[in-house]
Design a protein around this ligand. Structure first.
Ligand SMILES: Cc1cc2nc3c(=O)[nH]c(=O)nc-3n(C[C@H](O)[C@H](O)[C@H](O)COP(=O)(O)OP(=O)(O)OC[C@H]3O[C@@H](n4cnc5c(N)ncnc54)[C@H](O)[C@@H]3O)c2cc1C
Length: 326
């Protein structure tokens, strides 16, 4: 039986393919700790469950609820587990990563339990009436708040937005009793690892992103962006124009119809800064722009800007950074 927790905030922890907590975990738990007591729910068994629970406690969960996994069915096992966890701990909010799988789970959960859902939040706070989710919308031009009038608020959190550091807790884990709902679910027939991006960090959760746009002019030109990214250990992003031109594959697209990122540092190379691009990167803590057009809109949101030809600026930047490392 789950011991009572004061002000519980439930966090759904996703696991990476190697069974370790996904990179979103630290930020979700730190966010939960700002408004209540983080309680994690994770779907795992055996040694994976034991090591994941230890790591999740180290990242700040006061209680880890371990539910049985079912890797053959998509989303529904996680919805069943989170629904059971909600019944057990009665949380004020449920924080879920704003990943493809996380959004799927959050939406199904909200529909099933008739709870309010707030999507792609960048922050959560607490007021007199409960938990409030904050969103950065229309390319960061507006800050919007949302809250539930009744029941727990389900929040999908944009990755990398938490400033707070995790506070490690002693391991306290419990097995969660889950009654499988038997709801229709897509069946997983085969799992294949996606081609690794040369060991680079995952784009959504990277702390540094170097992104290239149409200004790089060609696939060869884009390799300059990749070299700069590798010099600083960054993930590679791109504008839609660069993707459409075939300089880089679509999973690198940042923006309204690509992924949203909130890194510590975002370097935009040959990107004009259209509103649809800004929608996906405006919450970056520091933006550096390299563009030959001094009137490019990207300079309107850049903390540091270099007006110049990227083919002259970027190689010098790489050279300077490499000299600093030597
Ligand atoms: C519904 C919809 C959804 C969209 N979704 C997205 C999205 O998710 N993400 C996205 O990015 N866009 C999106 N777009 C497209 C968006 O409107 C822009 O067209 C796109 O972002 C432009 O990409 P860009 O900045 O690379 O290209 P451009 O706007 O062509 O800018 C290229 C920049 O490179 C600079 N440049 C050129 N040569 C050099 C050089 N040698 N050195 C330095 N600088 C140089 C230029 O000055 C210019 O500023 C969307 C559009 C629509 C209508």
């Amino acid at each position: 039986m789950t011991e009572s927790v004061t002000d519980p905030i439930l966090v759904l922890v996703e696991l990476s393919s190697d069974g370790t907590p996904a990179s979103s975990t630290e930020s979700l738990l730190a966010t939960a700790a700002q408004v209540g007591s983080p309680v994690a729910v994770v779907l795992a068994d055996g040694e994976t469950a034991a090591s994941a629970a230890t790591e999740i406690a180290r990242l700040g969960a006061g209680l880890v609820l371990v539910a049985p996994p079912d890797p053959t069915r998509l989303a529904v096992p996680a919805v069943d587990a989170v629904a059971a966890a909600i019944a057990a701990v009665q949380p004020e909010a449920v924080l879920v990563p704003n990943s493809v799988a996380g959004r799927d789970v959050a939406a199904r959960l909200a529909a099933r339990l008739r709870l309010a859902i707030a999507v792609d939040a960048v922050r959560v706070t607490r007021d007199d009436e409960g938990i409030v989710a904050h969103h950065s919308v229309y390319g960061g031009r507006y800050q919007v708040e949302s809250a539930a009038t009744a029941g727990a608020l389900i929040v999908t959190m944009r990755q990398g937005t938490a400033d707070a550091r995790p506070v490690s807790r002693p391991l306290r884990s419990e097995t969660l009793l889950v009654n499988a709902s038997g709801r229709a679910a897509a069946t997983v027939v085969e799992t294949r690892a996606a081609a690794a991006d040369r060991g680079r960090p995952e784009l959504r959760s990277a702390s540094v992103v170097v992104a290239g746009g149409r200004g790089v002019g060609s696939k060869d030109g884009f390799s300059l962006v990749e070299r700069l990214a590798d010099t600083v250990g960054a993930a590679v992003g791109a504008s839609r124009a660069a993707v459409d031109a075939g300089y880089v594959s679509s999973e690198h697209q940042v923006g309204q119809t690509g992924v949203s990122v909130s890194p510590e540092l975002y370097v935009a190379v040959g990107i004009s800064g259209a509103v649809q691009h800004r929608a996906g990167m405006q919450t970056a803590k520091t933006v550096v722009a390299i563009n030959s057009d001094p009137d490019a809109p990207i300079f309107g949101i850049a903390d540091f800007g270099v007006v110049g030809d990227l083919f002259a600026v970027v190689p010098q930047l790489i050279g300077a950074l490499e000299r600093r490392v030597e």
